[in-house]
Design a protein around this ligand. Structure first.
Ligand code: GDG
Length: 461
């Protein structure tokens, strides 16, 4: 049995208490590694003056955690620069926020080259390598240059942009060339895959076969759609546990009679927080019966806060929250509760279960796991309603949600009004459809289908 080697930007420290706060991806990776043994390789999260040229290796059970520190320059150029100020905004259709420089691009390439060298030192001949996300697009090319002949798969967690947007990236061609060094490229949705294939056909003269095999830049690569999911059973179990505790989360004790609408997002400009708040303000104005009877809880842990674009969205959200509370609050009712911090996983899932509406309205999102978690956290007796952006990858699967266009403020406000009074029968019907899907396609099914496809490439080779 081959060993699995997972590469992701951040590797949760095996020493930390990450087990309480980890998301679905971390759980899926950890389980996959614990089952068959393997390596989890990536950035430690530390910035040091002179990083070592050997990874820090810790073995726990069958898993080897191998982490690398970054220098401040690498962090600025690779992480804050090219990855998060070019690829992240561009791939989320925010061309206006991209800040390309050749220096940052070179830093991104250098870190990928250095990571490839360090990873190479840990590899065995028959290891299967699974690289995650936009931070590491060129990693495979560097491994190949160093003579690595292992099978290497890539999974993109964020959207792939349409050709016209990608063409604005000065190094678009070399980036796609790097993608094509992988044996398997996985996307979240058909939309992302077809955008990628569209570029390959038009810009590279590459050939795309019906079975998803791409022939471009003199190589063959398999492509496919693998929508990421959640540990459905575990999410339901944790949410139920949180709900059955004798002492309900404080959040609910403070608002015993009001209906709760909940949003949970990293504080990121892709998540549509300003538009969401505007839609909620519109609801309070247009449906005055909601005043005093509804509370909107927005949980938004800070993210990438050293970047200007994130500082700006943080100020804008605070100001929008202040504006709504200033306009509508009474001495015993605040319409918005804005919680700019993270919570333990079980607490968070308890909040989702106790909310009548899950409001998930990103302007663009690869998948959005919160949408799936909201559904899995509901009680079958009295499930809440998911109001979901059509621009989240999750909208392709969660057909029982009320789908909205997050730019249509009045439309989102109408959807909220509808969700708040939706009869139990309809809520149950919608929830059943979504739960059926999530039970069948959970995080294990995602992992297995990806690794099977990668195995298929190996067998065919
Ligand atoms: C990227 C893509 C894609 C949030 N606040 C707390 C907390 N969370 C957890 C959620 C969820 C995870 O973080 C966020 O996942 P999302 O999928 O919603 O969004 P991104 O972080 O942008 O993730 C996205 C994902 O990768 C996977 O492929 O779906 O499209 O952008 O699990 O519950 N967890 C805890 N406390 C919090 O306060 N414990």
């Amino acid at each position: 049995m081959s060993r699995l080697v997972v590469v992701s930007n951040r590797v949760p420290s095996p020493h930390s208490e990450f087990r309480g706060t980890e998301g679905g991806l971390a759980i899926a990776i950890r389980d996959a590694l614990e089952e068959n043994g393997g390596i989890w390789f990536g950035w430690s999260g530390n910035i040091t003056k002179s990083p070592l040229d050997q990874p820090d290796v810790v073995e726990i059970g069958k898993t080897t955690y191998a982490t690398v520190d970054l220098s401040e320059q690498d962090y600025n150029e690779y992480y804050s620069g090219y990855a998060n100020s070019v690829l992240w905004p561009l791939f989320h259709y925010r061309l206006d926020l991209t800040d390309f420089s050749r220096r940052d691009m070179a830093g991104y390439m250098n870190v990928n080259a250095a990571f490839a060298t360090q990873l190479q030192s840990l590899l065995r001949e028959d290891d299967v390598i699974w690289v995650h996300d936009y931070h590491f697009i060129p990693l495979c090319g560097y491994l190949r240059q160093a003579g690595c002949r292992n099978k290497i798969g890539f999974f993109l967690h964020i959207p792939w942009p349409p050709e016209e947007l990608l063409l604005t990236l000065p190094n678009h061609e070399s980036l796609v060339r790097e993608m094509c060094t992988y044996d398997l490229i996985g996307f979240q949705t058909e939309r992302d895959l077809s955008a990628f294939l569209g570029y390959v056909r038009k810009e590279t003269n590459g050939k795309v076969r019906a079975n998803g095999v791409v022939k471009a830049f003199g190589r063959k690569t398999l492509t496919g759609v693998f929508p990421i999911s959640i540990d459905t059973a575990k999410v339901s179990e944790l949410a139920e546990k949180a709900d059955s505790r004798p002492r309900k989360p404080d959040l609910v004790e403070g608002v015993p009679k009001a209906k709760m609408i909940i949003g949970v997002d990293r504080l990121d400009y892709t998540k549509g927080l300003l538009e969401r708040l505007e839609a909620y303000g519109h609801l309070l104005n247009s449906h005055t019966e909601c005043q005093r009877n509804v509370v909107f809880v927005q949980i938004a842990p800070p993210s990438r806060s050293d970047l200007d674009s994130y500082q700006l969205i943080s100020q804008q959200v605070e100001s929008a929250v202040g504006h709504i509370n200033g306009s509508f609050a009474d001495f015993d009712w605040s319409p918005v509760r804005y919680l700019n911090r993270g919570f333990k996983r079980q607490t968070l899932l308890g909040f989702l279960r106790l909310s009548q509406v899950g409001l998930v309205t990103p302007l663009r999102d690869g998948m959005n796991l919160v949408a799936k978690e909201y559904v899995a956290a509901q009680s079958s007796e009295d499930p809440g309603v998911l109001v979901l952006s059509r621009f989240a990858g999750a909208a392709q699967e969660l057909s029982g949600a009320i789908l909205v266009n997050p730019y249509d403020i009045e439309g989102v406000s109408d959807a909220l009004a509808r969700a708040l009074i939706m009869p139990l029968d309809e809520r149950r019907e919608r929830w059943e459809v979504m739960m059926k899907r999530l039970r069948q396609f959970d995080i294990v099914a995602w992992r297995e289908s990806y690794l099977q496809a990668l195995q298929g490439v190996m067998d065919a080779a």
